[in-house]
Design a protein around this ligand. Structure first.
Ligand code: GLN
Length: 244
């Protein structure tokens, strides 16, 4: 089989409304990494009203302002059963910040408006009065050290149906007090980490690509350098700096 045959369809969910702090970089980094592993990534942008492609191998979604979340929340409800079916079938997904919140049960804004989520992740978010802003470092049993940047006022709590993505070494994470960041149910990951996340954390790209390849082609043989090389190492170091 040639690389051309080994297509992977990456759905970029709501890039128009949910693309803050360079979350689009996740789609670029993932495509590049997929190519390095010998796959042919095909990116399909899905905005409100657009159909999902027939074949979906990976779904990536970003963050946005509360107003952007309002715009996409209703559309997401209309696709809830389709998304839940893809998730329970093992489709790898990465949802950042605003879409992380909407992949949970609900997001209640600090003014008391409730946006219903689709409950793929067992989390619930309430808007707080303080923003959690800055570089953040996590420890994860599966991915090792994860670095990124957070900027949110939502306080997220995990239910028993989701594991955290990691524990917080530096920064806030899901909320200011329980020391946990992100959520994971099956192959779906939610996280507050922008940065963008994937260019600095190739292990998470490899997880998404590996699960997608196994699901579609039955196996995954990594071909790219595990740590992403010198550029990635430098980007990770600067991402860990604390403000002076
Ligand atoms: N409105 C959300 C919050 O501040 C999401 C922010 C974001 O996506 N950056 O909690």
């Amino acid at each position: 089989m040639t690389a051309h045959d080994r297509e992977l369809v990456i759905v970029s969910l709501y890039p128009r409304d949910m693309n803050i702090y360079g979350d689009r970089g996740n789609v670029l980094a993932l495509s590049r990494r997929a190519r390095a592993h010998g796959y042919a990534p095909v990116v399909v942008e899905v905005n409100p009203g657009d159909p999902l492609p027939d074949r979906v191998d990976i779904v990536i979604g970003g963050g946005g302002q509360d107003s952007g979340q309002g715009r996409v929340a209703r559309d997401l409800q209309a696709r809830a059963s389709e998304m839940r079916a893809l998730a329970s079938d093992g489709t790898p997904m990465l949802m950042i910040c605003g879409l992380y919140q909407l992949f949970g049960h609900r997001f209640v804004t600090h003014t008391g408006d409730e946006l219903a989520g689709i409950g793929v992740l067992d989390v619930e978010t309430r808007g707080g009065t303080e923003r959690m802003i800055g570089n953040i470092v996590l420890d994860s049993a599966e991915f090792g050290e994860i670095v990124g940047y957070e900027n949110h006022s939502g306080n997220t709590r995990l239910g028993p149906g989701s594991e955290p993505l990691g524990t917080v070494r530096q920064g806030a994470g899901n909320n200011p007090d329980d020391g946990l960041e992100g959520a994971r149910t099956g192959n779906v990951i939610g996280s507050y980490l922008h940065g963008s996340l994937l260019p600095k954390n190739p292990a998470i790209s490899d997880f998404l690509i590996g699960e997608a390849a196994r699901r579609r082609y039955g196996s995954f043989a990594p071909a790219a350098q595990e740590d992403g090389g010198e550029t990635v190492r430098r980007a990770r170091e600067s991402a860990k700096r604390r403000p002076r």
